[in-house]
Design a protein around this ligand. Structure first.
Ligand SMILES: Nc1ncnc2c1ncn2[C@@H]1O[C@H](COP(=O)(O)OP(=O)(O)O)[C@@H](O)[C@H]1O
Ligand SMILES: [Mg+2]
Length: 278
């Protein structure tokens, strides 16, 4: 990507790797124009929109389509995904970041959790004190060293906008913006879209994901093409029961019940990403 948003805004001991998640030949395949793996950022329009749930399930859906994926929980201060999977990893994202620029696949796999056979999870530690010593700018730097190691990267992005988050967004080939099809949700999504536009982020790279679509939200859903003229919009079904039971069992919905409407929509989104090379 040629545009640097950060510049534009002017805002001032490892364990042994288990079996390889990313076969070496795969690591070289499906790369973005920049020569690394493609990076997809998932951003919530506001808190509770469902962005972490989507990031997790999208990464799994992409991996199920044969493109090994790495999911990064970029919420350094309030990581969520390990908790959703009921994991408390001993190693993780900060161990990888601290070794930059010397990051290889062996280190990555040793520090990552596995979700299914082809998906890796890098998560910050649960304690705030350690996380305060790091920032997303360091993750952006580390990503440059490691993105070629895995064909697809999915970043669960925090919402707090600062120069570090902008550096990370800079590295995303596409952004999935998750919002609820309610008046408040649409308003929040519009603010984020306007912000990305102001930063000259290519609008063709933004996909809007209307989450928790149901009968009650149908009237707003009908208006979405008009509210976001020219934008790609995907609809994700409301499925409270499935997603709550997945939180209880610690498994991603796309693994537990791939045939559910929510999971089918996530797989369709993964297909769009694969087809567009983003
Ligand atoms: N499509 C959906 N249908 C029903 N519940 C959902 C859906 N998507 C997410 N949720 C639930 O909403 C809550 C917030 O989701 P989460 O992914 O943590 O949001 P965020 O990361 O944007 O704050 C979680 O309990 C999650 O299970
Ligand atoms: Mg979240």
């Amino acid at each position: 990507m040629t545009v640097s948003f950060a510049g534009r805004l002017r805002i001032p001991g490892r364990r042994q790797a288990e079996t390889a998640v990313v076969p070496p030949q795969e690591a070289q395949g499906r790369q973005s124009a920049s020569g690394g793996g493609r990076v997809i950022g998932v951003l919530g329009a506001k808190g509770g929109s469902g962005s972490s749930t989507l990031a997790l399930n999208l990464a799994v859906a992409l991996a199920r389509q044969g493109a090994p994926a790495a999911l990064v929980d970029a919420n350094l201060q309030q990581p969520q995904i390990a908790g959703m999977l009921q994991r408390r990893p001993q190693f993780g994202l900060l161990d990888v970041i601290s070794r930059r620029p010397n990051i290889d696949l062996h280190l990555l796999e040793a520090c990552a959790e596995r979700i299914g056979p082809h998906c890796l999870l890098l998560t910050p530690p649960g304690d705030l004190e350690t996380c305060l010593g790091s920032n997303l700018g360091e993750l952006a730097e580390a990503l440059e060293s490691m993105r070629s190691l895995v064909p697809t990267w999915v970043l669960d992005l925090p919402r707090h906008l600062d120069k570090h988050l902008l550096r990370l967004i800079d590295r995303c080939e596409s952004i999935v913006l998750v919002f609820e099809p309610t008046l408040g949700g649409v308003e929040a999504a519009r603010r984020q879209v306007d912000l990305l536009r102001a930063l000259e982020y290519d609008e063709g790279r933004v996909i809007l994901a209307a989450n928790r679509c149901c009968r009650k939200t149908r009237a707003v859903e009908k208006e979405l093409p008009r509210c976001f003229a020219g934008s790609k919009i995907v609809a994700l079904a409301n499925d409270f029961d499935l997603l709550q039971s997945c939180l209880l069992s610690g498994e991603p919905a796309t693994i537990v019940k791939p045939g559910a409407a929510y999971c089918k929509a996530v797989s369709a989104l993964a297909n769009i990403m694969v087809a567009s090379g983003r």
